[in-house]
Design a protein around this ligand. Sequence first.
Ligand code: LLP
Length: 421
Amino acid sequence: MDHFNYVDGWLHAEDVPLTRIAEAVGTPVYVYSAATLTRHFKLFQQALDWTDHLVCFAVKSNSNLAVLKLLGDLGAGMDIVSGGEYARARAAGVPGERIVFSGVGKLESEMRLALTGGIRQFNVESEPELELLSRVAHSMGLRAPIAIRVNPDVDAKTHEKIATGKSENKFGIPIARAHEVYARAARLPGIEVVGIDMHIGSQLTDLDPFRQAYAKMADLTRALRADGHDIRRLDMGGGLGIPYRRDNSAPPLPLEYGQVIRDAVGDLGCEIEIEPGRNISGNGGILLSSVVYLKEGEGRDFLILDAAMNDLIRPAMYGAHHDIVPVREAALGAEVGRFDVVGPVCETGDTFAKGVDLPGLAPGDLVAFRSAGAYGAVMASEYNSRPLVPEVLVQGDHFAVIRARPTLEEMLGRDTIPEWL
Ligand code: LLP
């Protein structure tokens, strides 16, 4: 459920007509709904209200400071993967004790940044990382709280580029080696073991892979406790999918997911952490774009938009589907055209969708890509020297630009021509 609905024939974000935002800010532009972000965050809070827990929003899915502040003020923790994301979470007012640091390639400088500013836990992904973290923390007179990310070798049944829990993926340590690696961790002077971490993939639409992984997590908790480790936190990762198609049977709800966690590890007395990204931010945002041209091709018509693959890379990168809808609701019985929806970038891959039925559209008309709040703006680039797409946050009947569109001067101003040229 989201708060992007037609009112009097025009698509709105909450109580704001999208036409108003397009007039004020121009297109393309990402538009987020505060009510939708809030609602989805709260669903996860409720799903875990049977135990001590922290819902850590995966900052990589949407890292705008205003979005982080909104969620942080609701009590969210943050799952971060870089010094940049750490800085963002802190700048949004989230205290270090609510930030978990994931990622396979943490740098020494990033470890120092987090240890200096305060951190809840590092999710360690390898032995070399463990050794380095111990050295860094010890040199600062600290012990770094850690969970070790364990790779449970389960098939998440999702797109291969975003599955992370199979043994051939680069993530975590093999579960068979956990006993040994935890023993090493316990002997390191700069390390304090606090828990176990897993994350098996993204856009999971079936709960079974979670069940399999979490059963292994429960067994491992018991085994490591028997070894004498104080396992008091379990980080279950993120990954619960969202419906990208309105007509599709919907993926399981956060409440059902919470029950899977409870069934698997509820009797262990651990504090539970989860790291949802897409499920909180995905349906909380749309990408608003204008039609530039209608072009007749050989046996097909093209709808050429002012948004391109550099603004929303998911269709080009994963073959992902986003519903594309007109901002002016199609009148009943209106004539429908069939289009390949494309952007202006000079690659055939700059195709958002093929054979989409849309009502009579003309240049200047607006369309919206639904479910674009996660992995949308954060993956945007300036390819083809197109300025980074701006972002707007709506709450009720008002909106604010939360990231402005850079001017051409700003974009060019970042480059330097050396004086010897
Ligand atoms: N925790 C860890 C350690 C992760 O690697 C991820 C996502 C998450 C949590 C959040 O997963 P979520 O709840 O959002 O599924 N760019 C891709 C998705 C990449 C996901 C990477 N890791 C896409 O556009 O589909």
